[in-house]
Design a protein around this ligand. Structure first.
Ligand code: AHR
Length: 871
């Protein structure tokens, strides 16, 4: 069956390729010079489609599998719809497409193309604030010498309205289009109706040169062909690869080239409970009573200021905001105690894990306005009431005061909860109830969970990007991650909704990120928004969703200053305004920041370009020594990728952040992706990538594809400067995104197969790459792309690392010729990961291998091998 599938795939590929080559090289002489093209959208809002006809009677769909243009407006799921697209060709030949977004918003979408295949990034001009824009159309007003945008509206008034634009960037205020009467009923304007595959479709009709139609047809064929390549899996048809394969490899030291020594880093984002309940070692959940219904946009009614809290031996507790410890942290708990014994209880993040004999730092803010004031007993208890440790804190004051103590756990358990039991009657206010293990990573106060942080450190990352990801640019302008809100005393930090559907206390904030980077010897790479929130944002009170028009221009100076302040916070003198805050937090020495990411896979809209340019210029002017990292969209191709790169080239940006999550077939079939890059342009930071398979798990197949990609990247280490797998951390049971590099629960760290690939690259990197000649017993393409190698020298340790990936189901006999290289020790280190492609538990195995000028090594089936040799 697999063989039949494979043959039919091969046949399909053959036909597709032949059709592509045939149509592009041998234009048929009897094709018309021109024909009609019809542009329409399906009712479901899926996108823009085309049909063609010679006589306007017989219509042919041009593939209806892939829309030629899809709406990128707003949220996935509820948005991203294109209603009633209208296509218009301007006198300069450019095609403009305009469409309605939904029934509510007073904006339309616009995109432009020169060939109907490649569309530039979209814009969403607000034409009718507080109205809606339906069935928009474009025409040209000869008198005004401007384009007239026409639309229907049924909210709040019915009618046809217009706005004028010369450039599709600036639009005049909306006016009623009187030509169509106040009801607008006669406004049929430029749309036509045709019958297509037995269905009436409304759209626009255009006469075009035949090659335009041919371009459309070919782009559909190319799309189908690429999808077929992407669907290739490493395990397909083992029978196909049953013959033994032998290769001989000889690296050439004379041809060595310098490569980046920052190649392997980590991408840290607070997704999947990576911060609170994860890397941040705080054991109390919702310690500041700041959880809010809005964190989960109201869908979880149990998620509020009381989440994770309850009361025993009493009725309930109240939440108050009248006189908080700090305005950024408004909510606090109020206990009315009639009889001593009432306890406020926190369940932690699904239980608190404690270890017998270990010490825990306890702190809380308390006050009691009444005359009777007592001490506070705090204890750790199990579900059955068993006490795992307790301590009595000082007497509560009339005003807010921080109380601190240490509890020693008497038992190892993962189900503990913390009980706060005031030893008095009357009113007691409590806030910022906190419990930390003393054994945090490197023993830092307000520190990180030691085992998780160690797992990150063990990767030996050369840099760490933070705090995201989408968390950095936020879900709407109001949700943008503002770094200043995350520093200073914990009770003064300003928590906010996490766009992944929970809460960010910001206990793990910029100071802690910088500190951690320093602790693990990684360059800090903060990413700030480019003045726009995520293009997938909901409205959150704004007139439009998506980028919401960006941070208003009148607020941009303040925002740019905030970015500049960040550099001062990291690098400034301890006497400077922001450097002082760093010093007060315990780090008078600068953090030596060298990179700053501006933007995260944004839509490269005009709104973005304008703001990115302002921020870029400001940082370059004030801190020329800082490398600003630009952004090139969420995919390895497409309009944001192209325009992100164009913008970077235009501005002279030195490093560009690319993101893509691709199936194994993409990695197999795009091994020359970076070989094709122009070396005179910016270098690449591959900031987010992973191999994704159906079911979205991490196994040997995905890990080997990532190893394959990293080997190809090492070869291109002159143009690719940095890489980071994404996402990094995921808490079991609280995961929004799969696969991730490391899963964990409250007591265990569970690295994936992919983690070990990252670790091996982190430990066996270098700064010089040796190109190699490879001869294969069988030079078939599918074999060639499944067996790859790299030779990298670490000049600091004078060691050569050979990396070999074998994605074949059979072993490969290799003969390696090192006659160009001086070998200092014939005993090399050999590390091998191997198994079956769907294996999720593969771990590296270490042994020794005797090497010489010429030696043989057998690459096991489905394996990644590392041979490390002293030179
Ligand atoms: O890595 C998870 C998400 O993927 C990131 O937040 C975002 O940048 C990307 O889309």
């Amino acid at each position: 069956m697999i063989l039949i599938d494979r043959i039919s795939k091969a046949v399909k590929i053959f036909f597709l390729l032949s059709a592509l080559i045939f149509t592009s090289l041998f234009l048929r002489a009897n094709e018309p010079d021109s024909a009609y093209v019809f542009a329409y959208g399906e009712e479901n809002g899926g996108g823009l489609y085309f049909a063609w006809s010679i006589d306007q009677k017989e219509w042919h769909t041009i593939g209806n599998r892939y829309p030629f243009l899809k709406s990128d407006y707003g949220r996935w799921g509820s948005q991203k719809r294109m209603y009633d697209p209208f296509l218009y060709q301007a006198s300069d030949g450019l095609w403009h497409c305009i469409w309605s977004l939904n029934n509510e918003d007073g904006a339309v979408a616009h995109a432009v193309s020169s060939d109907l295949v490649y569309w530039k990034p979209q814009s969403y001009p607000v034409l009718m604030p507080y109205g809606n824009c339906l069935k928009p159309e474009i025409s040209y007003d000869l008198q005004r010498k401007e384009y007239r945008i026409l639309w229907h509206s049924d909210k709040p008034d019915q009618g046809v309205f217009h706005s004028f634009t010369a450039d599709f960037r600036h639009y005049s205020p909306a006016g009623r289009d009187d030509r169509h009467g106040s009801e607008g009923k006669s406004a049929s304007m430029g749309r036509k109706d045709i019958s297509l595959a037995g269905k009436r479709q409304a759209g626009t009709l255009h006469c075009v040169a035949w090659p335009v139609i041919e371009g459309l047809i070919n782009s559909q064929r190319l799309g189908a062909y690429r999808q077929m390549l992407n669907e290739e899996r490493v395990w397909m048809d083992p029978a196909h690869f049953k013959d033994p394969v032998t290769i001989s490899i000889s690296p050439a030291i004379q041809k060595k080239k310098s490569i980046s020594d920052l190649l392997i880093g980590i991408f840290y984002e607070d997704i999947n409970y990576a911060a609170d309940g994860g890397l941040y070692a705080e054991l109390v959940q919702n310690r500041g009573f700041e959880y809010a219904l809005s964190d989960k946009e109201g869908w979880d009614k149990n998620w509020n200021n009381r989440t994770a809290w309850s009361v025993v031996n009493g009725e309930t507790f109240l939440i108050d905001t009248v006189s908080p410890i700090h305005p950024n942290n408004k909510h606090y708990a109020v206990l009315q105690i009639e009889k001593i014994g009432v306890a406020l209880v926190n369940e932690g993040f699904n239980g608190i894990a404690v270890k017998a004999g270990e010490k825990y730092d306890l702190s809380l803010f308390a006050r009691s306005p009444g005359k009777v004031r007592g001490k506070i007993l705090v204890r750790l208890t199990g579900k059955n009431g068993e006490v795992y440790g307790e301590v009595t804190m000082r007497t509560v004051s009339a005003e807010w005061k921080k109380l601190e103590a240490v509890i020693t756990a008497t038992k190892t358990a993962d189900d503990a909860r913390i009980e706060v039991v005031p030893q008095q009657t009357g009113r007691v206010d409590l806030d910022m109830v906190s419990l930390f293990p003393q054994k945090t990573f490197k023993g830092r106060r307000n520190g990180l969970r030691a085992d998780l942080a160690q797992a990150l450190s063990d990767l030996r990352p050369r840099f760490m990007r933070f705090p995201g990801g989408c968390v950095a640019h936020g879900d709407g302008i109001g949700n943008i991650y503002r770094w200043e809100n995350t520093i200073g005393p914990l009770e003064a930090r300003k928590p906010q909704r996490n766009l992944w559907g929970y809460h960010q206390s910001f206990g793990l904030g910029y100071f802690e990120y910088f500190q951690f980077c320093e602790d693990i010897g990684a360059e800090p790479v903060p990413v700030v928004t480019a003045g726009v929130p995520c293009q997938n944002s909901a409205h959150h009170g704004c007139l439009i969703g998506g980028q919401q028009g960006g941070i208003p221009m009148e607020e941009m100076d303040e925002y740019i200053q905030s970015v500049l302040n960040l550099v001062e916070y990291a690098n400034g003198d301890a006497k400077s305004d922001w450097g002082r805050k760093r010093a007060e937090a315990g780090h008078p020495e600068p953090f030596n920041l060298k990179y700053i990411g501006v933007g995260n896979e944004d839509l490269i809209s005009d709104v973005f370009v304008e703001r990115f340019t302002m921020i870029y210029n400001a940082v370059k002017a004030k801190y020329p020594e800082i490398t600003v990292i630009g952004t090139a969209g969420p995919f390895s191709e497409g309009s944001d990728y192209v325009e992100g790169w164009n913008l970077a080239t235009e501005l002279g940006v030195k490093l560009v952040d690319e993101h893509y999550y691709q199936p194994p077939g993409w990695y197999l079939n795009n091994q020359d992706y970076y070989d094709r890059y122009d070396r005179s342009k910016a270098k690449v930071y591959l900031g987010e990538y992973a191999a994704h398979v159906p079911g979205r798990h991490n196994n040997l197949e995905t890990a080997l594809c990532e190893a394959l990609h990293l080997i190809n990247i090492e070869r291109n280490g002159d143009i690719v400067a940095m890489t980071s797998y994404a996402p990094l951390l995921a808490k079991e049971g609280s995961t929004q995104w799969n696969p991730d590099l490391i899963y964990f629960n409250n007591t265990e760290v569970k690295p994936t197969v992919g983690y070990y690939v990252q670790k091996l690259f982190g430990h066996h990197s270098g700064n010089e790459y040796l190109p190699a000649n490879i001869n294969r017993s069988d030079n078939r393409e599918d074999i060639r792309k499944r067996v790859v190698s790299s030779f990298v020298i670490d000049a600091k340790t004078n060691e050569l690392t050979i990396k070999l990936v074998n994605l074949l189901p059979v072993p490969v006999s290799s003969s390696i010729d090192l006659s160009d290289i001086h070998i200092a020790n014939n005993q090399s280190d050999l590390i091998v990961m191997k198994g079956s492609p769907d294996d999720k538990t593969v771990r590296p195995k270490e042994s020794k291998l005797t090497v010489s000028e010429q030696f043989n090594y057998e690459l096991p089936a489905y394996s990644f091998s590392i041979i490390r040799i002293k030179m």
